[in-house]
Design a binder for this molecule. Structure first.
Ligand SMILES: Cc1cc2nc3c(=O)[nH]c(=O)nc-3n(C[C@H](O)[C@H](O)[C@H](O)COP(=O)(O)O)c2cc1C
Length: 366
């Protein structure tokens, strides 16, 4: 049996295989309410039908000003819990594990949907003031965010904890904290976006303080048996910026706080980052964090082939594989990858007749 399709237990959670659906914003809530829609039930349910071991819901904002767009999912009140019920059911009924990524977009909040240009919105067209560790815009033509006060910091930590409690009530079995891609937690980690002079800025110890306080508050709301994952940007690809050495140290600290897995991404905190992605370009970060911080890791980024995924696991560079765009193209990738690696896989009962089509290209007799 392949490694990719062998089960893994993270803390108390059994997961039937090591293909995880990476978090992907769907921008499909109705504006203002942040609730799951029918789209979410169909989209996430389909990825469970396709055979992924874990299906992660997209970046879900812990408060309204933490949304990337007004159409983002939110998880700040009971109505969000209620709206997530059908999504959780669709994932679990089809044999997968429901997870959610909790997020605050920081200085990258308040934009239009990508397919409408993704422009920054102002207060006349549904936008809002964004907050960040320091009043530094992500790029020149974007608004300067408001520098967070210590009261803001305390409030956002409380908001993350509240969302974690709601996620548990919604039936999520795994929580991931978004600390990557230039969103709020990531902004605190980087010496380029965080130029605070108080206890939350400056040294590594100070820059990790807010993300670690968020982690602690969230862990406190979770059952002991429930896994907590953190997505990091292992480097921001900038001179004098956050780098892999710091991220290895940070991963060790996260482990101490009860984090079970690091989901290893990169970049997104600077509009001038220099990066040319290639197949599996972020696997190196997973390999380093796994061996040097001695923690379970996930590899993500331009992983599209079954043999490629299997080799990453075989070489000990990661414990699980997260796929994003490939699973948008083809939700049945896990079943097909298992057939490729192991020679056979179970299609859902309703789809079992697809096997006939391999040998009979024309419509078979009933
Ligand atoms: C449509 C879309 C939405 C995304 N939304 C999120 C998100 O909500 N949270 C996150 O951490 N990453 C997000 N990402 C990044 C993916 O999770 C993933 O890290 C990235 O696409 C690289 O993996 P891939 O090459 O398999 O697509 C998104 C990517 C896409 C394509």
């Amino acid at each position: 049996m392949s490694k990719l399709f062998s089960p893994i237990t993270i803390r108390g959670q059994h997961i039937s295989n090591r293909v995880f659906v990476a978090p992907m914003c769907q921008y499909s809530s109705s504006t203002e309410d942040g609730r799951c829609s029918g789209w979410h039930t169909v989209h996430y349910g389909t990825r469970a039908v396709g055979g992924a071991g874990l299906v992660m819901l997209e970046a879900s904002a812990v408060r309204p000003d933490g949304r990337i767009t007004p159409w983002d999912l939110g998880i700040w009140n009971e109505s969000h819990v209620e709206s997530m019920g059908p999504v959780v059911d669709a994932i679990e009924a089809n044999g997968s594990v429901p997870a959610i990524q909790l997020a605050h977009a920081g200085r990258k909040a308040g934009h239009g949907r990508p397919w409408e240009g993704g422009h920054q919105l102002d207060s006349t067209n549904g936008g809002w003031e964004s907050i960040a560790p320091s009043p530094i815009a992500f790029q020149e033509d974007w608004d300067v965010p408001r520098e967070m006060t210590t009261e803001d910091i305390t409030q956002v930590i409380t908001d993350f904890a509240n969302s974690a409690r709601l996620a548990v009530n919604a039936g999520m079995k795994v929580i991931e904290l978004h600390m990557a891609h230039g969103y709020l937690n990531c902004e605190f980690l980087s010496p380029l976006s965080n130029q605070r002079t108080d206890q939350y800025g400056g040294s590594l110890e100070n820059r990790v303080r807010f993300p670690l306080e968020v982690t602690r508050a969230v862990r406190n709301e979770m059952p002991d048996s429930m896994p907590l994952l953190v997505r990091v940007s292992a480097t921001e690809y900038m001179e004098n910026g956050w780098d892999v050495d710091e991220c290895v140290d940070f991963s060790r600290m996260l482990k101490e706080e009860g984090v079970d897995m690091i989901d290893c991404s990169s970049g997104g905190n600077s509009s001038t980052q220099t990066l040319t992605p290639y197949a599996g370009y972020q696997v190196q970060f997973s390999a380093r964090i796994r061996s040097e911080a001695n923690i379970t890791t996930g590899a993500v980024g331009l992983i599209t082939e079954a043999a490629q995924a299997e080799k990453i696991l075989d070489d000990g560079e990661a414990d699980v594989i997260l796929l994003a765009r490939e699973l948008l193209r083809n939700p049945y990738w896990p079943i097909q990858a298992q057939i490729e690696l192991d020679g056979a896989a179970e299609w859902p009962d309703q789809y079992k007749r697809v096997a006939e089509l391999r040998n009979h290209p024309r419509r078979p007799q009933r």
